[in-house]
Write a protein that binds this ligand. Structure first.
Ligand code: NOJ
Length: 567
């Protein structure tokens, strides 16, 4: 049996086109670099800024518009740099401020914009403010920069609330006062080495405005904002007995997530960014917020430019939920005039080439170990390529995580002894953690550390499967995942897909997704994704532009996506 696409195409409008001259970020494709794992010029096994600069032409040739760099600031690296001890300095592991300046300058020469990470919810416990807080008396201004409280119970031996840390265990840690007595508790929604800041304190607000200006003055084009939904905690810090599990289950009913008070902070930041003129400096919210209309509040016209669409990332490889999440995301964003921000992978989740190879319906694990059920690598990659082909056709902005353009799978057999993610330690090994998606990039088959550096050192070992996926193996090879990404990115730009109007093709059957993207200049692109068990025949007037895998003549096989011209 073959599904035929009816002609003329019955369509339902989902989203209008943007202005042809809309600002750059409305349809930008932004490549996430995880600095410790991209390229290591120093050869010490940890990637660095000089390594990144030396390889930026790879990104120009890939065809992305911008890079987002995960944190490279001074940090004891208890949470891979998301524990910042000085936001205005580069950690020696990654280089120097001069290296950051050189990176920004080189990127701009190559027409790539640079987004840096801002981590405002917490600092490292090595931040000078936290040291001052520990040395100061309870109730003083030094403690008021953080969330210190007296404990409950007769001697304050119980934590102030029942809140849990996102990384496992309680969210409060008791300190010893300077006089040696058991003391107050401080809040950490993440690791104990990441004390939460008190955003009701004007000094904290002023401090972060200074950090924004520091990096804007060095030439960055924007910020990805860490835990954007967590900065403000509910007045009075009430208990919360429902405890949604971790980063991925977030509701504003929790007294520490998505509180209304966060929005005035972002309105202030938007004014600050806007004062830098054009090209516009942007901010993108990492806000694990549900439902979708709560997320849309972050991208109102005077707040964030973008907010990651994690609902899309979390949608299983099933047509109906994908169709629904695409329609809903566009509707919610259109209601506030914002672009949708598509994403399938990042440094916190299983790589999508592995995620889509897990059995449907099972909860997505936080990491996979050698003893756990393993993903079907071939199926996962096939679906991942189709999913990316779908994502890059959708109007709005999109983020690509380093290595996904090579089809890299998760490292699912890391020895436990090398794991570094605090979630692994804090859950007593219950969660394997996120190290498996953070393994160094393979650049050259046969080279030491697969070309990550010249010494062979690597802070996490690369799996054997990465050798055949190295950049040099895939470059120029028709049908490779790298060449698929290059084609998709080039065509997306050429055909104005990111700025296009989107209409859904109806009557294709439940398990086939179909869209027509109409660019601002009127050019139409048909997008078909076959999630059914039977092939789909392309309409007669369609000419294939790119396909995520081989077609069978004019038939689109299962788990394959196609872009085609019409008429
Ligand atoms: C989200 C970041 O992406 C993640 O890597 C980090 O562990 C937490 N925020 C805490 O900063």
């Amino acid at each position: 049996m073959t599904t035929r696409v009816p002609t003329p195409l019955p369509t339902r409008d989902l989203h209008p086109a943007s202005e042809a001259d809309a600002p750059w970020w409305r349809d930008a494709v932004i490549y996430q670099i995880y600095p410790r794992s991209w390229a290591d010029a120093a050869g010490d096994g940890v990637g660095d800024l000089a390594g990144i600069t030396s390889r930026l032409t790879y990104l120009r040739d890939l065809g992305v518009d911008a890079v987002w760099l995960s944190p490279f600031y001074r940090s004891p690296q208890n949470d891979a740099g998301y524990d910042v001890s000085d936001h205005r300095d580069v950690d020696p592991a990654f280089g120097t401020l001069a290296d950051a300046d050189a990176l920004i300058a080189r990127a701009h020469e190559l027409d790539l914009r640079v987004i840096v990470d801002l981590v405002p919810n917490h600092t490292s416990w090595e931040h000078e403010w936290f040291r001052e807080a520990l040395a100061a008396e309870p109730g003083g201004p030094e403690r008021d920069r953080y969330m210190f409280r007296d404990g409950r119970g007769e001697d304050g031996e119980l934590p102030p609330t029942d809140w849990l840390s996102n990384f496992g265990g309680g969210a409060w840690t008791r300190i010893t006062e300077p006089d040696g007595s058991p003391g107050q508790w401080y809040l950490h929604l993440f690791d104990p080495s990441q004390p939460d800041l008190n955003w009701q304190n004007p000094e904290v607000r002023a401090h972060f405005e200074g950090i924004l200006r520091f990096w804007l003055d060095r030439g960055v084009d924007g910020f990805r904002v860490d835990v954007a939904h967590g900065l403000v905690k509910k007045e009075g810090l009430p208990d919360y007995d429902r405890h949604p599990g971790g980063l991925l289950e977030v509701t504003h009913e929790a007294p520490y997530w998505d509180q209304d008070g966060v929005h005035e902070i972002y309105r202030g930041w938007r004014e600050l960014l806007d004062s830098y003129g054009t090209p516009e400096r942007i901010m993108c919210a990492e806000a694990w917020v549900a439902p979708a209309d709560r997320l849309a509040r972050y991208v109102r016209p005077d707040e964030y430019h973008q907010a990651f669409n994690f609902d899309f990332l979390e949608t299983p490889w099933l047509a109906e939920p994908l169709r629904a999440v695409i329609a809903q995301s566009l509707a919610e964003n259109d209601a506030v005039g914002a672009p949708a921000t598509w994403v399938l992978s990042n440094h916190d989740v299983l790589r999508h080439a592995s995620r889509f190879g897990l059995p449907q319906g099972a909860a997505r694990p936080n990491g996979i170990g050698a003893g756990d059920p393993q993903p079907d690598a071939e199926l996962g990659l096939r679906r991942a390529r189709a999913a990316t082909t779908l994502m890059l056709a959708l109007p709005g902005s999109a983020y690509v995580y380093q290595g996904e353009e090579l089809g890299l799978p998760e490292h699912t057999s890391l020895p436990d002894a090398v794991r570094q993610d605090p979630t692994w330690l804090r859950t007593g090994g219950l969660e394997r953690g996120r190290d498996g998606c953070r393994v160094p990039m393979p650049w050259t088959k046969g080279a030491r550390a697969l070309g990550f550096n010249t010494t062979g050192a690597a802070w996490l070992p690369q799996p054997q499967s990465y050798a055949d996926l190295a950049v040099d193996v895939q470059t120029g090879v028709e049908g490779s995942t790298l060449e698929l990404y290059r084609s998709l990115l080039a065509l997306r730009r050429l055909r104005g897909l990111g700025r296009g109007a989107l209409a859904e093709v109806e009557s294709l059957g439940e398990d086939v997704l179909g869209y027509v993207v109409t660019a601002p200049d009127g050019e139409r692109t048909l997008v078909l994704v076959n999630l059914s068990d039977t092939p789909v025949e392309l309409p007669e007037d369609a000419t294939v532009l790119v396909a995520s895998d081989d077609l069978d003549g004019r038939k689109v096989p299962t788990d394959t996506a196609v872009w085609a011209t019409l008429g």
